[in-house]
Design a binder for this molecule. Structure first.
Ligand code: BES
Ligand code: MN
Ligand code: ZN
Length: 502
């Protein structure tokens, strides 16, 4: 779908459908909705009076205009209570509207900037949310299905702004929304692919193709190269799989001599658990165990298009976690790139094993700050459900940046503590650390494990295991991969570009 911004009068738009809005409880609509109501001889006000339109959140009312205006249809979108309206709601509303158009086979529509009028939200933020929401909401993963005869694509969304002076700013904002949504949808495509399609080799190939098209640097390290680099922890996980592992590195150069930021993502293309094999129930979700890696790769695509004045390096250790005659066993000891030894007490705690070497390499490359993203622990969804991802970091300033980036993206996060007492959880009798331990505080133990490999650099860990998949269609989310936290990462990098951590 194409997204454009233009100045003009929404009542005069030549389109298949015009979208306006209404807050709950408003009887005399104002702004664009008011102008349209007048052009329709008070039809909207009458439907409000009769109780047919109430402005409830999620309410969508389609009207026919019978030649009163150029557009044959009007969609009135309910915004809910005016005091509770936010940019997140604009994004979700736009997703719902776009899916409504698709269901009604309406190929093109024009919309006002929901939220920018009486709701008083920042107009540019709303334009971005409208573009982002529509593209996220229309996302479908259907490449393995036979072509649906009935399939219908919405071709165009026009954002119509009456104030000509605002158009340029709204255009830039909408473009940012398109770039962010495209990136999140790229991450969704990667995570939705089954494990037999998105092998480590295919994952690396897709990253490489994207990098070439976007103008990013790309280097793929194979088994031999990573062995030479000393990544025995990563290779320990990979040794049980018939698929060759790949270590993916992408680089973006926009900040001269500045130290590059590091984005590190877990890239387990399928997690069976290994010898500590998972039960069948829920194992399907493990095709998405590379979501963290997919998210950092997708964020790099957006960064290449947005061109902030920073340097960024993304690292993704990609492998399957399989049980086999060559697989690592519980009690095996591995040595990470920084020399620390790891007792593998559970082969299903493989994410931290592959991330250990990726974090060591990030330190070796002198990346700062380092932010890793991983579907690391089932425990995080016990703590936070599917509402927010967990943030772990000893660095208050970095956490503040992540929280701001997440809030602006509408991708909720919540910080969990890193009290030093938890460090004990990773104590091993035979090695420097062990990869799993007590029953409690599993997500925090995992964060402390990762911390062993960042050499006290500015670092944060995002555990997205609760939010990487959605089992329902709701607002910007559709069933399957969510693409979280791609838009957080984009905001974070842009923010660090404007104002580095001190
Ligand atoms: N990939 C899983 C975590 C996961 C669970 C992601 C559910 C998404 C949904 C991870 O590799 C894992 O298996 N973690 C173990 C760690 C344990 C063995 C210490 C877990 O959470 O059970
Ligand atoms: Mn696992
Ligand atoms: Zn895993």
């Amino acid at each position: 779908m194409r997204v454009t911004v233009e100045s003009g009068d929404i009542t005069k738009a030549e389109t298949q459908c015009v979208v306006v809005n209404l807050f709950e409880g408003v009887t005399a609509p104002g702004g664009g909705t008011g102008a349209l109501d007048r052009a329709l001889d008070g039809m909207i006000a009458e439907l409000i009076a009769s109780g047919d339109i109430r402005g409830k959140a999620g309410e969508l009312t389609l009207l026919h205009t019978f030649g009163k205006i150029p557009s044959p249809r009007v969609l009135v979108a309910g915004l809910g209570k005016s005091g509770e309206f936010t940019v997140d709601k604009v994004r979700d509303l736009s997703a719902n509207v776009a899916r409504f158009m698709r269901a009604r086979r309406i190929a093109g529509f024009a919309t006002i900037t929901h939220g920018a009028g009486i709701a008083g939200l920042d107009a540019a933020a709303c334009a971005q949310a409208i573009a982002e929401g529509a593209l996220l909401g229309l996302y479908q993963f259907d490449r393995h299905k036979k072509t649906d005869e009935d399939a219908f694509d919405v071709q165009a969304m026009r954002i119509v702004e009456h104030d000509h002076a605002k158009v340029a700013a709204l255009e830039r904002a909408a473009e940012r929304g398109v770039i962010a949504a495209d990136a999140a949808n790229f991450a969704r495509d990667l995570a939705n692919e089954p494990g037999n399609v998105l092998t480590p080799t295919e994952f690396a190939a897709r990253a490489e193709t994207m990098a070439r098209e976007a103008g990013l640097g790309c280097k793929i390290f194979d088994r031999e190269e990573t062995a030479k680099m000393g990544m025995s922890s990563f290779l320990g996980v990979a040794q049980g799989s018939a698929q060759p592992p790949k270590f993916i590195m992408l680089t973006y150069h926009g900040g001269g001599e500045a130290k590059p930021l590091g984005l590190v993502g877990k890239g387990i293309t399928f997690d069976t658990g290994g010898i500590s094999i998972k039960p069948n129930e829920g194992m399907q979700e493990m095709k998405g165990d590379m979501s963290g890696g997919g998210a950092v790769i997708a964020a790099m695509m957006a960064i290449a298009r947005l061109k902030p004045k920073v340097n960024v390096t993304a690292l993704v250790p990609a492998t399957e976690n399989m049980p086999s005659g060559t697989a690592i066993k519980p009690t095996d000891v591995l040595r990470a790139m920084n020399g620390k030894t790891i007792e593998v007490t559970n082969t299903d705690a493989e994410g931290r094993l592959v991330l250990a070497d990726a974090l060591c390499y990030a330190v070796q490359l002198d990346l700062s700050p380092i932010v890793d993203v991983a579907t690391l622990t089932g425990a995080i969804s016990i703590a936070l459900g599917n509402v927010a991802y967990g943030v772990f970091s000893p660095d208050d300033a970095l956490v503040g940046r992540i929280e701001a980036a997440s809030q602006a993206a509408g991708e909720k996060c919540w910080r969990l503590p890193m009290f030093s007492e938890y460090k004990e959880l990773n104590k091993s009798q035979v090695a420097d650390v062990r990869n799993s331990g007590a029953r409690g505080a599993g997500s925090i133990a995992a964060a402390f494990f990762l911390r062993e490999f960042v050499d006290d650099r500015p670092w944060a860990h995002l555990d997205i295991a609760g939010v990487d998949f959605s089992d329902a269609e709701k607002g910007v989310q559709v069933k399957g991969s969510t693409g979280i936290p791609v838009r957080t990462l984009i905001n974070l990098v842009l923010g660090l570009g404007e104002q580095p951590l001190t």
